[in-house]
Design a protein around this ligand. Structure first.
Ligand code: IDP
Ligand code: MG
Length: 140
């Protein structure tokens, strides 16, 4: 099924100058970047993005991290775009992410920030429902 999904290049990826590198990997895998824009999330946008994690111990740090600097928000489309983008991203923990994945190949030496948050460069919607909720946070 043709799908659309949200890709965010997180503040660590933008700060490290990895926007083009990451977008090239996504396109090389046969997915299409339909539109993109660089924005710094408001607290409200960050809270909505990470609403499923509300109540977890790392939630406050997560909201702080994602709004700590600009992100590149992209709508990515293609057949099975949601699962294919997730596979390209790799494991949530970059130290567990396989070679050939964005998180595995591009990780920093230190993958945990000062608030205990895992820095892993990218966010991708994890389901059709998540994509439908997350894309309008960035694109009206
Ligand atoms: P995902 O980004 O691979 O979908 P999620 O479980 O949805 O992973 O977690 C959202 C983000 O929260 C992760 O990308 C990572 O930055 C951070 N995170 C997840 N689990 C932990 C944790 O146990 N400690 C610190 N940060 C975490
Ligand atoms: Mg997630």
């Amino acid at each position: 099924m043709a799908e659309k999904t949200l890709l965010l290049i997180k503040p660590d990826g933008v700060a490290r100058g990895l926007i083009d590198t990451i977008i090239k990997r996504v396109e090389a895998a046969g997915l299409k970047v339909e539109t993109k824009k660089q924005i710094t999330l408001t607290g409200e946008q960050a809270a909505e993005l990470y609403r499923p994690h509300l109540g977890k111990q790392f939630y406050p740090g997560l909201v702080k991290f994602i709004s700590s600097g600009p992100v590149m928000a992209c709508i990515v489309s293609g057949e099975q775009a949601i699962s294919r983008l997730r596979a390209l991203m790799g494991d949530t923990d970059p130290l567990a992410a396989e070679r050939g994945t964005i998180r595995g190949d591009l990780k920093e030496m230190a993958v945990i920030n000062e608030d205990g948050i895992i820095k892993n460069l990218v966010h991708g919607s994890d389901s059709l429902e998540s994509a439908a909720r997350e894309m309008p946070i960035f694109f009206k």
